[in-house]
Design a protein. Sequence first.
Length: 378
Amino acid sequence: MKISTPLSFDVHDANLENYLAALPTTSGVYVLQIAGNHPHLGSSANLPRRLKRLFAPSSAGSGSIIGRLRANLARIDCWPTGSKLENSLVLYELARLYFAEDYIRRLRLRMPWFVGLASDDPFARLAVVNRVSQNSGAFLGPFPSRDAAQLYEQETSGLFQIRRCTERLAPHSEHPGCIYGEMNQCLRPCQCAVTAQEYASEVARVGEFLSTNGRSTLAVLSAARDRACDETEFEQAAGIHKRIEKVKAATAARDQVITEIDLFNGVALTRAAQAGHFQLWPMLQGYWQEPVLLDFRPGEPRTKSLDQELRERLESALSIQNVKRKRTEDLAIFSRWYFSSWRDGEWFPFTTLAHLNYRRLVREISKMSRSVPENGVF
């Protein structure tokens, strides 16, 4: 995401207090450019109030800490924001710019967790990781926490007979094995009980389960249960039903937003800092793209329907895709926003832009335009 041009103020200007009072009453990010020192990067839920408290002449006597700070300041740069998502993205970009060595620590940005088949081993297994490389295979995410990812991994592993051990296998008949093999919950490739091809077949079933979140497995089991009932094999039907319940327990451990990160596409809708404006924040393959600003002020003339305008604006914005960022960090920002209790927008996932639910998007924009935001901008 490109950093927009900031609003800049000279701290020694006699009209500084008036300039700060004219800022929109929104959240925002600011940078204090300190002569001969590193800049100070901060954010606030009420940008003008924070800056006025810091730099109003009445609160900055020459002997105070604020007064000494003002004496060394070159200028103030600030970026008003309309949502917590925008605030997080602007803060992230500025932290990368000014503190390239330790911006992750400064932002306290926790990497999200992913579940997938570790493809770097001929005998693949399910793994829970918080770092995903470009060639590490298909991983699902982002999960809100490590516990959530491990729960899904354990529930899914219990449905199949793939290995749970983490060692790099060197199969031989004298391998001691493990408890899962003794309980018939593993195909025991370590003891050469199956061939590599047979084990790969089970891994393929796991991959299909992950890609559909169990829908394909549930369809097969439901058909088998119905067939057993029709043939009056009620004990067999009861056993299949228990397996269906286990599959449903596994699928319930995965939030509906979680998908393969290579297919993680969607649009976040939030308010913008300008009154009567909204912003669309597209994400493609887990990478944030440039935002789209929408003018939805009452009485503003429109030459086309909002539905058509949204389609055209998004198609134009996504004609050039940005996939050169750090995807894990982009997904970390998404995860922090989406799974938070303070999320201030809506998320609209899609496989392709043609599948985006434009009707729901239009309804949500109309709903948000009629409501009064918490910060009272419009």
